[in-house]
Design a protein around this ligand. Structure first.
Ligand code: NAD
Length: 294
């Protein structure tokens, strides 16, 4: 069993760290909010008082932080200079590809292996240990990270070299945003055309219009069991998080001169939705704005 330093014990990080405790590891956690450290301690882990104490003499460091600037700062100022030889580094935060590559390069220069391993599956997946991990890094780093990722997730995919985990995450979420808006437009139009949405679902769920956004997460309530629309758009995955990821995908598109006109439109629509005060509701709630009800 390993000794693990886990930094960032928020909505995702805390249940992920608890799953590592359940797997039998010694898990030391640090979060800027002391309450989160206490919650880890209550679940059998230990709360560290600083990042440096958290990563001292550990076999593995896992980070689950809000965004790129947090990851960059925490690694360069408080992690990389405080590690024992051979410590493996896994960053599970969703951040931009360039920062992921830069931090991994800094780690490599000091002799440490690192993978970017962003997740999909949300807080329910984090709690149930069924997350999907998209992993970027060298084969050897992936091989070392995999057993730990399997204790927090169900599907572990090695996407390629450093930064490709983040690339996969932003490409996937750009598709999801576009698909979801497509579902919202079609279902809202069906309502106006006098077509029963249950009938549209029965037809399109078995036709070429089908997508995950429809058959797992339909923005119209009562059609799919797992959808946030059934619980008045309580998240789930917030509109603010979707807007963050669309910002990452549009920035990446600009950097590599990729044409993403629908990604740009999705970003604009989610920005408008969030600006109207809907940042903390589920992203599929954008159907209300598309219906003209927001
Ligand atoms: P969160 O805001 O709940 O948690 C982030 C935690 O990091 C907070 O508890 C905060 O106090 C802590 N933190 C910030 N700076 C810190 C520092 N310097 N040192 C220690 N702790 C620090 O966010 P979350 O929902 O857990 O998301 C974490 C990451 O996972 C984000 O990058 C997000 O985009 C990604 N993600 C979230 C979801 C989701 O459904 N919530 C799904 C997939 C991916």
């Amino acid at each position: 069993m390993a000794t693990i330093g886990f930094i960032g014990l928020g909505n995702m990080g805390l249940p992920m760290a608890i799953n590592l405790v359940k797997a039998g590891h010694t898990v030391r956690g640090f979060d800027l909010s002391a309450e989160q450290g206490k919650a880890l301690a209550a679940a059998g882990g230990r709360a560290a008082e600083t990042t440096q104490v958290c990563v001292d003499s550990v076999d593995l460091v896992v980070t689950m932080l809000p965004a790129g600037p947090h990851v960059s700062k925490v690694y360069s100022e408080s992690i990389l200079g405080c590690l024992s030889e051979g410590t493996l580094l896994i960053d599970c935060s969703t951040i931009d590809v360039a920062t992921a590559r830069d931090v991994a390069k800094q780690a490599a220069e000091r002799g440490f292996e690192m993978v970017d391993a962003p997740v999909s599956g949300g807080t329910t997946g984090a709690e149930a240990g069924t997350l999907t991990f998209m992993v970027g890094g060298a084969d050897s780093a992936f091989a070392r990270a995999r057993p730990f990722l399997e204790q927090m997730g169900k599907t572990i995919v090695h996407a390629g070299g450093s930064g490709t985990g983040q690339a996969a995450k932003i490409c996937n979420n750009m598709m999801l945003a576009i698909n979801m808006i497509g579902q919202c437009e079609a279902f809202a139009m069906a309502e106006k055309l006098g077509l029963d949405t249950a009938k549209l679902f029965a037809i399109s769920a078995n036709s070429s219009g089908q997508s995950w956004a429809m058959t797992t997460y339909c923005p119209v309530p009562g059609l799919t069991e797992t959808a946030a629309s059934n619980r008045d758009f309580k998240p789930g995955f917030t509109a603010a998080m979707m807007l963050k990821d669309l910002g990452l995908s549009q920035d990446a598109a600009e950097q590599v001169h990729a044409q993403t006109p629908l990604g740009a439109e999705a970003q604009q629509l989610f920005r408008e939705f969030v600006d109207r005060g809907n940042g903390e509701i589920d992203f599929s709630g954008i159907i209300n704005m598309i219906r003209g009800e927001e």
